[in-house]
Design a protein around this ligand. Structure first.
Ligand code: HEC
Length: 102
């Protein structure tokens, strides 16, 4: 193996090791403030009409969003509409942000 083959191999391994999307808490916060806070509150605490989503585990949060998107959860058309506006990467950002809140 010559030197350039070696460095290509290492670069390839580094790519494989990288997560598909590194959750970006700051991006999640910005999106949450713009799109979710109207209903769920500034800190995700919720109120009488909307559930609190602060402190939800990443996995639970992600599953909930996917279920709104794929129609498994149909309890609230408003939330379904909101969920359909965000990408999988944005859900990861939002999940990371809300999981940090208490
Ligand atoms: C128009 C108001 C509204 C907006 C805006 C909104 N939601 Fe919701 N959300 C709701 C309602 C109502 C529910 C409860 C629906 C149900 O019972 O399934 C809900 C439920 C949820 C749940 C599930 C909570 C649980 O305990 O299972 C999550 C997660 C969630 N919302 C995330 C978000 C995120 C992230 C955003 C911004 C991208 C957002 N919501 C924007 C109204 C809203």
């Amino acid at each position: 193996m010559n030197k350039s083959t070696l460095s290509l191999t290492l670069a390839g391994l580094a790519l494989l090791a990288a997560p598909v999307h590194a959750a970006d808490v700051a991006a999640g916060k910005a999106l949450a403030e713009a799109s979710c806070a109207d209903c769920h509150g500034d800190d995700g605490a919720g109120d009488d009409d909307y559930p609190g989503i602060a402190g939800m585990a990443v996995e639970k949060f992600t599953r909930a969003m996917q279920e709104y998107q794929d129609g498994t959860r149909t309890k609230n058309p408003k939330m379904t509409k909101e969920a359909k506006k965000v990408s999988a990467a944005q859900i990861a950002d939002l999940a990371a942000y809300y999981a940090k809140l208490k």
